[in-house]
Design a protein. Structure first.
Length: 743
């Protein structure tokens, strides 16, 4: 019955309602594509509390009723083995407070692999929610000669069944109507599937649990408790139960085994037997040729030689897109940032407000948006590779190599992407279903030498590494050092990954199981939507934290000193005549003002909170060959590594407009810099020490904030910062001390 409220005229009007529907299905069934087709580009993305699992929520409206759509992570079963996998069970049971009670569930299956996909469907039906079965990829099923009698399947399962082609939006309207009808329907009683002895044991355990926990443990969860030895539910419940509960559970399983229901194999045996009965006469397969088109393509793309060569070419193309193709867009953003800064400087006079807006707000926003082209390009490529079916082949090809680190082939693309920028690389780990593999990949991704480190390497190599050549000029010492610095992070990542898998993320490495989907032309709508979704997620989630960090670093470098004298000099500089109207005397006067401004800037940053911290940490960085100025540069580079160039420019009285493309004066200042005793501050060992530190240190707030958003916990970015800083310190210390021994 529809709830009503009195209207102004005295008549009743329907009361607005919100009903919740969850989407669940195996990986590679087009679940997210269908979700996006229904929800459009207005889905809200976040993480479930305390886990790394992404939560995507969209909305549909029909009259006064709103459907809240919850896209659950892809899974092959409801037997949770980790807290991340437990999320799906908790959502289905209405135990996630930020989702609430479900009114219906939509199961999306691959119509060409119906029997295997129905295993998950049968588990969902046991929950007792109104369910809609969606046979997606119906076009691929037809191409394979598979025919499904939709009406007969619906009758046998007792639920609505809809055939769709989500990437073409075929059947989407039928799904929309079916979801609204299912959400309005009453909850069905689950049909018994297992022997009577199983349900008797479940009833007895339920009584025991209710005696301790009240009704906090749903009956379905008790069923999963019995069915999943050593699963996540058993770990969670055992910790809160009285002594003897674990023994009673083991005795229940032993009694079932003696009755012929031996776990865990009994569940799969029983469910697949029921599935065979359901699809008998409903599902038909045409005789298949010995070799399909996909088979012929796979002979090339998954071959140990040609497959690797093609994969390397694709990776090269992706690198080109991230590193070079995104460059014009990044330069445009930087140019726009410069225009905005110029506009602010034209409206507001020198002072704290202008510095906050120009060096804090505008620079902070720019530091977020400048990464956006790389992220969009990366996820455009990933979306194309996923939608056409190649991503699964790439993971298969790289699994042998990655398995030596205890990871799977799916870790390769995120790690490779991190060489351009660790932010999209960390975000790309969402393709990894296994939590341990995903976490290890996230934690070592920042070790890959991203493009932001390159300006630091180039500056120091140009200034301090001799331009020597070897082998008749074919090998350059400067080129060798650049290659070594670009590779050191990846080399260090190998033992780090091994240690993480042996300590924090111990556990048996799961077998590499991945379905190789059929090849198909990628959908432009799907590709664009996924890239848009990830770009939006970065700007709205990690971007806010990066911006906040930039403001904090600006404040530390500005306060508590008085900038009155410097502001007065800046006003004089800005009031100077245009260049075309200046004579030699006026130009010399202007040059003196600029030199004075820069000298004041150097003094102010030394007296700021940032400078004071630099002096405070000087004893700690002295063994690395550093002085307080290098320490300040390292601290100021926390929002982004390349900031050290502008920071050192300010410290050495060159102004903060020094950048990676205009650093000749900085190079000269670094080469000639001396300490209070007149000794050279920089040398080749010092330069190598700084480069090794920047190669291994987590000097990127954007990456750390992205890790926080992806893992949904602060402990992991904190852990990343601590372990990488420790690695960087030890590496820089060894580099400096060893380089000194060799002169």
């Amino acid at each position: 019955m529809t709830a009503t409220t009195p209207s102004i005229t005295g008549q009743t009007a329907p009361r607005p309602r919100t009903l919740t529907v969850a989407f669940i299905g195996n990986p590679n069934t087009g679940k997210s594509t269908l979700f996006n087709a229904l929800a459009g580009m207005h889905a809200r993305v976040g993480n479930y509390p305390g886990v790394t699992v992404e939560k995507k929520i969209g909305r549909l409206r029909l009259g006064d009723t709103t459907l809240k759509l919850v896209d659950l992570p892809g899974t092959y079963s409801l037997a949770p083995r980790s807290p991340d996998e437990m999320v799906s069970v908790e959502v289905l049971l209405g135990r996630q407070p930020d989702v609430g009670r479900l009114d219906a569930v939509a199961c999306i299956v691959d119509a060409s692999n119906l029997e295997r996909n129905l295993f998950l469907v049968s588990q969902v039906l046991d929950v007792g929610l109104p369910t809609v079965l969606i046979l997606n990829m119906s076009d691929i099923a037809r191409q394979r000669g598979t025919t499904v009698d939709v009406a007969a399947l619906s009758k046998r399962l007792g639920i609505p069944v809809i055939a769709t082609e989500a990437h073409r939006r075929v059947g989407v309207d039928d799904v929309r109507r079916a979801l609204f009808e299912a959400a309005e329907a009453s909850r069905p009683a689950p049909s018994p599937l297992f022997p009577r002895a199983f349900y008797e044991e479940v009833a007895e355990l339920t009584r025991d649990l209710h005696a301790v926990n009240g009704d906090a443990v749903p009956r379905y969860m008790v069923e999963r408790l019995v069915l999943d030895p050593n699963g996540q539910i058993e770990k969670w419940l055992s910790a809160s139960q009285p002594v003897g509960f674990t023994e009673r559970l083991a005795q229940a399983r032993e009694r079932l085994a003696r009755a012929g229901f031996r776990l865990p194999a009994a569940e799969a045996k029983t469910r697949y037997a029921a599935i065979r009965d359901i699809v008998s006469g409903v599902l038909t397969h045409a005789p298949r040729s010995a070799t399909t088109t996909s088979d012929r393509i796979d002979r090339v793309l998954t071959h140990r030689v040609s497959g690797l060569l093609i994969f390397a070419a694709i990776m090269f193309l992706i690198f080109q897109s991230i590193y070079y193709w995104a460059e014009p867009f990044m330069r445009s953003i930087e140019a726009a940032e410069g225009l905005v800064k110029g506009g602010v400087e034209g409206l507001i006079g020198p002072g704290a407000l202008r510095s906050l807006l120009v060096d804090g707000v505008v620079a902070g926003v720019g530091s977020v948006l400048v990464f956006l082209p790389q992220i969009v390009f990366l996820f455009l490529f990933i979306a194309v590779l996923e939608d056409c079916g190649y991503m699964a082949r790439a993971a298969f090809l790289m699994d042998r190599l990655m398995s030596r680190l205890g990871l799977s082939g799916k870790s390769f693309i995120p790690l490779m992407s991190s060489f351009a920028c660790a932010i999209p690389g960390v975000m790309a780990t969402r393709v990894i279903e296994n939590r341990r593999d995903r976490m290890v990949t996230i934690l070592i991704a920042p070790l890959m030498s991203c493009s932001a480190r390159l300006p630091v390497y180039l500056l120091l190599i140009w200034a301090f590494v001799p331009a020597a050549t070897y082998l008749g000029g074919w090998v350059s010492l400067q080129g060798f050092v650049l290659f070594a610095m670009s590779s050191i992070g990846a080399l260090v990542a190998v033992p780090c990954a091994w240690l993480l898998k042996k300590t924090l993320f111990r556990g048996e490495t799961p077998p590499f199981v991945m379905e190789l989907p059929s090849y198909k032309l990628p959908s432009l709508r799907v590709v664009v939507h996924r890239a848009y979704d990830r770009g939006k997620a970065f700007v709205t989630r990690a971007g806010t934290l990066i911006f906040a960090t930039s403001i904090v670093v600006w404040a530390a470098g500005y306060f508590p000193t008085s900038h009155g004298e410097q502001d007065a000099v800046i006003r004089q500089i800005e009031a100077a005549q245009p260049a075309a109207e200046r004579d030699a005397a006026k130009q010399a006067e202007l040059d003196q003002l600029i030199e004075r401004r820069n000298r004041l800037g150097s003094q102010l940053i030394e007296q700021s909170f940032l400078g004071r911290v630099g002096h405070a940490i000087e004893p700690a960085v002295r063994p690395l060959g550093w002085d307080w100025r290098i320490g300040v540069g390292a601290i100021a580079s926390f929002p982004a590594r390349e900031v050290i160039i502008a920071t050192l420019g300010t410290i050495y009285s060159l102004g903060n407009d020094v950048d990676k493309n205009n650093n000749e004066g900085l190079i000269s200042s670094l080469q000639n810099a001396t300490d209070a005793q007149g000794r050279k501050v920089y040398s080749l060992p010092v330069a190598l020490s700084i480069m090794v530190f920047f190669a291994l240190c987590a000097q990127c707030a954007g990456t750390l904030m992205t890790i926080k958003r992806e893992t949904n916990r602060w402990i992991w970015p904190a852990f990343t910062f601590v372990y990488m800083t420790a690695l960087a310190y030890v590496g820089a210390l060894l580099t400096y001390q060893i380089a000194r021994l060799f002169g």
